[in-house]
Design a protein. Structure first.
Lengths: 306, 343
């Protein structure tokens, strides 16, 4: 029983980790290439979820909604870049934190303004509804497996894109030394825009994918943003590979920790105290993990060489 | 502002005296406010709003001490508000209702937390520092949400305000106001003298160039850590007062958004002047309080329904306002006050 429970929790952790990766990938690239802290990355995830909710209500099909939501999320990201973020690239981190914090305030209220404060729900697509038996008597929702598959496919595509294409080469070069890339005649402004739009789209995609299993509500991006930051800091800022591994670690530690910390503590404490402390410690685990990583490796596990 | 005169050798003398006037006027305004409040007809409301301003003024000033003078962007300072608040709440629920016990315990807890987390955080630089302080802030936040005996997510209501040496005179809003003003003034005087001391100059030197400070024989880490601990204790004191004012503590004291708001208060007021942080806190809280009404008033040409809608969604104006302040108002409110003399 415990083994199957562990297996299910591990799958949930994997799924959560992959969603985190989709968000963190854009964040780490934007930070790595442009040295830009974008707190508003979380609201782009929220906007993705809202777009899918709106489009699926309109078209009645999740597939079409996703197809429409992605370019809209991209366009929205580019619009934000042109309106606000572009003016912040040469400012210090403090200004960037504050201005993007303003964007969060605006958009969290903005979605309330447009769609109301009540959470929206998106039906799970017909094709991917139901569960499959993945082991003896163990049912797991197909949709969650689909998220895992989609996450892995995107991760593989990103790997190819970053490591084996011209644009990817420029992005990697930009992460090491943006000024030099610019001096070599690359239009760095356009590269920034591409990276930014792409990151926004990935976050929007993550939001769209989780819309059927979470409630779509204002502020939904705020907490996941912090987790994405934990991921990129542990992984080493600017490193896609680091973000991938760290995202999976965080996903697993958080999900498995929440369900097993009380059980583990029961070995040393009496049951009541164990469940009490377990529930207190579980949500703190990832932050303790992050503090430990930074204590020993102040620039993350896979720092980008500069 | 004598130390400004020391670091910048040639400011016009009129500038120095002019800037000294601002903190004097600020405290005079706080001292006069309760008298004016009695004439306003809504004294309870005015007093509680201004008390809140002073409490956040202490917290913002604490942050300014490390942010403005040490360039340490702590994105987890709300945690100290929570530590102070929970120290009051938890002690009170165990029968220790005297501020003479609560405040020292809160300060000790804040100092211990600041010492441990500061020692780890200060190993990192730049954005990693921002993120690790954020992580520690979140850690305390989640700890508070899981403290089931003390209310968990919902927080806990205090039976009454803290006693002082056994007497309940903080229950009176006027007395509480004066007590907060005293704390604010004490914190300001302490910060002023810290900033003007040798310690403060080392801190500022480190802000400008840590390597150079090391080369001339200082160990910046120790100074930064000490400043971080002092700042944490001051914010912890603000937390005690905040819990007393609301007679309530909850994890919402220390959300990361609250930490962001504290940073905004400091930047809005103007980095590195201490009283700027108080002015920033005042501007932030008053704006938050009155923006809905202001919006309602200035949109007089629109229909009543649209006006109500606009007032309800005031954050959609507040957010862009924040962005505009960051983009165009360099140096915050203090910078605006200073500008005309630079011509």
């Amino acid at each position: 029983m415990t083994a199957t429970l562990f297996f299910v929790q591990a799958l949930n952790g994997l799924q959560f980790g992959l969603i985190l990766f989709l968000i963190a990938a854009g964040l780490t690239l934007v930070f790595g290439v442009m040295d830009f802290i974008n707190l508003a990355h979380g609201v782009q995830y929220m906007v993705g979820a809202y777009l899918v909710a709106a489009f699926s209500a309109w078209t009645g099909s999740f597939g079409w909604a996703l197809l429409l939501a992605l370019p809209t999320a991209l366009a929205f990201g580019l619009l934000l870049e042109a309106l606000v973020f572009r003016h912040l690239y040469d400012r210090d981190h403090l200004d960037q934190v504050l201005a993007t914090f303003g964007v969060i305030l605006f958009l969290n209220q903005g979605v309330k303004f447009v769609w109301g404060a009540a959470p929206l729900s998106v039906p799970v697509p017909e094709l991917l509804s139901g569960s499959v038996e993945i082991a003896n008597g163990l049912l797991y929702p197909v949709y969650r497996l689909a998220i895992i598959a989609a996450g892995l496919v995107i991760a593989a595509l990103l790997y190819v894109l970053v490591n084996h294409t011209r644009v990817g080469m420029l992005v990697r070069a930009g992460a090491s030394n943006a000024a030099m890339v610019s001096a070599l005649g690359v239009n760095i402004q356009r590269l920034f825009m591409v990276v930014f739009g792409f990151g926004a789209m990935l976050a929007g995609f993550a939001g769209a994918m989780v819309a059927p299993i979470l409630s779509v509500e204002p502020g939904m991006g705020d907490n996941i943003l912090i987790l994405a930051f934990v991921v990129i800091v542990i992984g080493g800022i600017g490193s896609i590979r680091g973000a991938f591994l760290a995202a999976l670690m965080i996903g697993l530690v958080d999900t498995v920790g929440r369900s097993f910390a009380p059980n583990l503590l029961r070995l040393v404490l009496d049951p009541a105290a164990a469940s009490q402390t377990g529930r207190a410690i579980a949500p703190m685990l990832i932050y303790i993990f992050m503090a430990a990583v930074l204590f020993f490796r102040p620039s993350g596990l896979f720092p980008v060489k500069r | 502002m004598t130390e400004i005169a020391e670091t910048h050798p040639a400011p016009a003398p009129s500038l120095g005296t002019r800037l000294e006037v601002i903190p004097v006027m600020l405290f005079a305004a706080f001292a006069a406010a309760p008298l004016l409040a009695t004439f306003s007809g809504a004294e309870g409301y005015v007093l509680s709003l201004l008390t809140r301003v002073m409490i956040f003024g202490i917290a913002a000033m604490a942050l300014d001490l490390i942010l403005g003078y040490g360039a340490l962007v702590s994105f987890g300072h709300a945690a100290f508000l929570g530590l102070g608040g929970y120290a009051v709440g938890i002690l009170a629920s165990h029968g220790f209702e005297d501020a003479l016990i609560q405040i020292p315990v809160a300060l000790l807890a804040s100092a211990a937390f600041a010492f441990v987390t500061g020692a780890i955080s200060l190993r990192t630089k730049g954005v990693y520092f921002i993120m690790i302080t954020l992580a520690f802030g979140q850690m305390v936040y989640f700890l508070a949400t899981s403290l089931a005996p003390y209310g968990g997510d919902d927080g806990m209501t205090l039976a009454s305000r803290s006693l002082i040496a056994g007497s309940g005179w903080l229950e009176n809003d006027f007395t509480f106001y004066w007590f907060c003003l005293l704390c604010l003034f004490g914190a300001y005087a302490l910060s002023r003298s810290i900033v003007a001391s040798r310690f403060g100059r080392v801190l500022r030197g480190t802000r400008e160039n840590a390597v150079r400070m090391e080369a001339i024989g200082f160990r910046p880490f120790r100074f930064q850590l000490a400043a971080y601990v002092i700042s944490g204790m001051m914010a912890g004191l603000a937390g005690c007062l905040l819990a007393n004012q609301a007679e309530f503590v909850s994890p919402s004291f220390m959300t990361w958004q609250r930490s962001g708001e504290l940073i905004f208060m400091v930047v809005l007021g103007g980095l590195g002047s201490l009283h700027g942080a108080i002015i920033g806190a005042a501007a932030f809280l008053l704006l938050e309080e009155f923006l809905p009404e202001i919006l309602h008033t200035v949109s007089f040409f629109l229909s009543e329904e649209t006006r109500a809608h606009l007032a309800e969604n005031w954050k959609m104006v507040f957010g862009p306002l924040l962005i505009l302040v960051v983009l165009f108002v360099r140096g915050g409110i203090m910078g605006l006050l200073r500008r005309p003399h630079h011509g």
